[in-house]
Design a protein around this ligand. Structure first.
Ligand code: SAM
Length: 263
C-alpha cells in the first residue's frame, strides 16, 4: 500500500544557497537545467516535481507556456501564491504524481526534473512518463545529486581515518555524503546513465560543480575576495563538466527514445 502525505511541506528539504559554494552550485544547476529545456515563445515546457515553482516561473518568464506538476497540495498552493507576486506570464499548476502524469503523450517540447528524482518511490516509471509526454524532437532534462562525487569520497575517507584509525569521536547527525532519509535512491553516474538512458537517448551528461560541501573548501572559498572565489568556482566547474562522475550534480538530457523500442 502506498502511504502518502499530500499536504507535505517540502520547504525544509529544498536547499537554499547559504554559502558561496552552495549559491554557485544551485544557480549553475538551475540555469543549465532550464537552458537545456530551451523554454521560449511557442514552446510548451513541464517542470516535474516543481516544489516552490521558481523554475516553472523562470521558464514562463522566457516566454514558454509552462506547467508545474507537484503532488503536494501545500507546495502547489505556495507556488501559485508566489507566482502571482511576480510580474509576467503565469504558469499553470497541476497536482500530480510523476509515475502517472496527467498529460497526453507528446505534449511538451521540454520536460525538466531538477533535484527531485531521488525523492521518487518509482523513479524508473517517472522517467518513462517524462519521455512519454515529451514530443519526439523535444528534450527531457534531469539534474541529479551525485552521492559518489569527489567531495563525498574525500569526506567519507577523511571521516573513516579520523574516526576508525585516529579514534576521534564519531560526528553526530547526517553528513553531506549520507543519503537523506527522504530519498529513495542513492544516485551515482552509472545508475543515472542506465536508468535515464533506458527511455532517453542521452545527448548530454555533464557535471556541475566540484568539491561542494567539503568543510575546508567551503570555508576557504567563503573568505576569498569575490573575483578570486568566482574564478576558483568556475575553474572547478569547468573540470566537473568534463568529469561528471566526480561532480556534485549531474545534468542529463536528450530526446525521448521512440516508444516502439522502449515499450
Ligand atoms: C527537493 S524538492 C525539488 C523541487 C524543485 N524541483 C526544485 O528544484 O526546487 C523535491 C520535490 O519532489 C516532489 N516529489 C516527491 N515525490 C514525488 C513523486 N513521486 N512525484 C512527483 N513529485 C514528487 C516533492 O513534493 C518535492 O516538491
Amino acid at each position: 500500500m502506498r502511504v502518502v502525505d499530500l499536504d507535505r511541506d517540502m520547504r525544509d528539504v529544498i536547499p537554499t544557497g547559504t554559502t558561496r559554494d552552495s549559491e554557485y552550485l544551485f544557480e549553475r544547476m538551475t540555469l543549465r537545467t532550464i537552458d537545456l529545456a530551451r523554454p521560449g515563445p511557442g514552446r510548451r515546457v513541464l517542470d516535474l516535481a516543481s516544489g516552490f515553482g521558481q523554475d516553472t516561473v523562470a521558464m514562463a518568464a522566457r516566454g514558454a507556456w509552462a506547467v508545474g506538476a507537484e503532488p503536494s497540495s501545500r507546495m502547489t498552493a505556495l507556488a501559485a501564491m508566489q507566482s502571482e507576486k511576480v510580474d509576467g506570464p503565469l504558469p499553470c499548476w497541476v497536482q500530480g504524481w510523476s509515475d502517472s502524469l496527467p498529460f497526453a503523450s507528446d505534449s511538451f517540447d521540454g520536460v525538466i526534473c531538477k533535484g527531485a528524482i531521488d525523492h521518487f518511490d518509482r523513479p524508473a516509471t517517472a522517467i518513462a512518463e517524462m519521455a512519454r509526454v515529451t514530443k519526439p524532437d523535444g528534450r527531457v532534462v534531469l539534474a541529479i545529486a551525485n552521492f559518489d562525487s569527489l567531495s563525498c569520497r574525500v569526506a567519507r575517507s577523511s571521516d573513516d581515518v579520523r574516526e576508525g584509525w585516529l579514534g576521534h569521536e564519531v560526528r553526530r547527525g547526517r553528513r553531506h555524503y549520507d543519503v537523506p532519509s527522504d530519498h529513495f535512491t542513492r544516485y551515482e553516474v552509472d545508475l543515472m546513465r542506465e536508468q535515464v538512458g533506458e527511455h532517453v537517448e542521452l545527448e548530454i551528461v555533464e557535471g556541475i560543480s566540484l568539491a561542494w560541501g567539503l568543510p575546508a573548501w567551503t570555508r576557504s572559498v567563503g573568505k576569498l575576495p569575490e573575483p578570486v572565489a568566482q574564478a576558483a568556482l568556475e575553474g572547478l566547474d569547468w573540470l566537473a563538466r568534463r568529469l561528471p562522475s566526480l561532480s556534485d550534480v549531474v545534468v542529463l538530457a536528450g530526446r525521448p527514445r521512440s516508444r516502439s523500442t522502449s515499450a
